[in-house]
Design a protein around this ligand. Structure first.
Ligand code: ATP
Length: 428
């Protein structure tokens, strides 16, 4: 439908980006890549020198929305990119269609000039990250289905190579370092040696300081970097990706003092195991806790600054800010705690992400206490609850809290086991 809308306006429409790459990969035997769900669809429309006050992509999206009123339309950016999204659709669950406008629209070139046409989509593809992501399929006549491969993407797909389009690519956009790693690990591809050289060059030229400086000015970079870290850390292949980032020396893009040593590697894997053990319903953003482990390696002011620059949620930033103090506090108190109720009282104020971080940062003895707290102490319930107190004739009010606390402590410490012991305890 959308190709038809473009065609009647005399425009050219192309399928670009990940959908083309994945389409080609699903035709090969690359089972790692085979996708069960629909990929996001990226389209580029070349509206030539269309003069209306809205970009061609937006006009197409609006007219498509009239045909599919259940789609949600968003328009964003200076160059007016439009996105149509469907959620919980009966046929395809969810679908995201992004319609960008090729840049030549903004130049007064003569319409339908084939050279302009070619240079327009070529220019659009040239701004992309890797050759395998810079392929396009034409969706409008006269050559529907034609593959446009200006930069050798097809060969790289075959050779399983991640290759940038030009030497400055990583300097221009350092988040592409994370993207290179993500695609390499996810697709089982190698980073082409020259591209790897460009990564090293970008890192050696102080990419970290540039990222920090730019992040303070450009919210878009913050969002993209956070998004890339999220993609990597929430993927099932996060361990290989983090290893590769470290091998490339790219951990310093997060902070110049950050290095993946044996201890950090162990901490990351332990946090991952704890979260899988204790957050079985996936109510937490587990990737964020992994990122916090990385940031916890840094001195407090640095970790807070990076977290703020990345616009992490307020509770993450607060955790990173207060971690040292909590650690000191627990170190001063926990070693002298022998009664389970004492351990419970000291750990109870903290949530699972904080406890998990503390567990990997603190000595083994404390880690065992936290483990015991999470596996046993949090499951203990006194044999009598508030309703029972009421039924027993205690007048509801403020006094319930200390009574229930005392009951819990006595249960934790094994002093009461059943209801009659609890009643006797209360009477005493
Ligand atoms: P995925 O399957 O992970 O969504 P994708 O290739 O669709 O992969 P997106 O992040 O959705 O990845 O980006 C869509 C397209 O936009 C990419 O294929 C690429 O052509 C382009 N792109 C995205 N980010 C960048 C970037 N930082 N620099 C250049 N081009 C980019």
């Amino acid at each position: 439908a959308i190709a038809k809308q473009a065609e009647v306006r005399g425009w050219q429409l192309y399928l670009v980006g990940g959908a083309v790459r994945d389409l080609l990969l699903s035709g090969t035997n690359n089972s790692k890549q085979a996708q069960s769900s629909l990929p996001d669809i990226d389209l580029v429309v070349d509206g030539f020198h269309q003069t209306a006050d809205q970009a061609a992509g937006v006009e197409l999206a609006r007219s498509l929305q009239q045909t599919y009123p259940d789609a949600r339309l968003q328009v964003h950016g200076r160059f007016q990119t439009a996105a149509l999204t469907w959620h919980n659709h009966p046929e395809f669950d969810s679908l995201w269609v992004d319609i960008a406008t090729a840049r030549t629209e903004f130049y007064p070139y003569p319409a339908a000039n084939p050279e302009v046409e070619a240079s327009s989509i070529r220019q659009d593809l040239y701004r992309r990250d890797f050759t395998i992501n810079a392929l396009a399929i034409r969706l409008t006549p006269p050559r529907v289905g034609e593959m446009l491969d200006f930069f050798g993407g097809l060969l790289d797909l075959k050779a399983k190579q991640i290759r940038v389009l030009h030497a400055n690519s990583f300097i221009e956009d350092p988040t592409r370092i994370f993207r290179a790693v993500r695609f390499a690990v996810r697709l089982g591809f190698a980073i082409d040696p020259q591209t790897e050289g460009y990564i090293h060059h970008a890192i050696a030229s102080g990419v970290y300081h540039r990222i920090q400086l730019e992040m303070e000015k450009t919210p878009a970079l913050q969002t993209r970097l956070k998004q890339e870290l999220k993609y990597i850390l929430e993927a099932p292949y996060w361990k290989s990706a983090v290893r590769l980032l470290s091998d490339l020396g790219a951990m310093c893009c997060i902070h110049s003092n950050l290095h993946l040593d044996d201890r950090l590697w162990w901490q990351l894997r332990l946090v991952d195991r704890w979260l899988r053990r204790f957050d079985t319903n996936h109510t937490l953003e587990q990737w964020l806790v992994l990122l916090e482990v990385l940031l916890a390696q840094l001195a407090t002011p640095d970790r807070v600054k990076v977290a703020e620059n990345l616009q992490l949620p307020a509770d993450s930033i607060e955790r990173l800010r207060s971690l040292d103090q909590i650690q000191a506090n627990l170190m001063a108190n926990l070693p002298a705690c022998f009664r389970p109720s004492q351990i419970y009282q000291h750990l109870h104020p903290y949530n699972l992400p904080t406890l998990t971080l503390l567990a990997v940062l603190m000595p083994r003895h404390t880690r065992r206490q936290i483990w015991h707290y999470l596996t046993h102490l949090t499951t203990v319930k006194p044999p009598i609850d508030g309703n029972d107190l009421k039924a027993m004739g205690y007048k509801p009010g403020k006094q319930y809290k200390p009574m229930l606390e005392a009951l819990l402590n006595a249960t934790l410490d094994g002093e009461i086991h059943d209801r009659s012991q609890a009643e006797a305890f209360l009477q005493a």
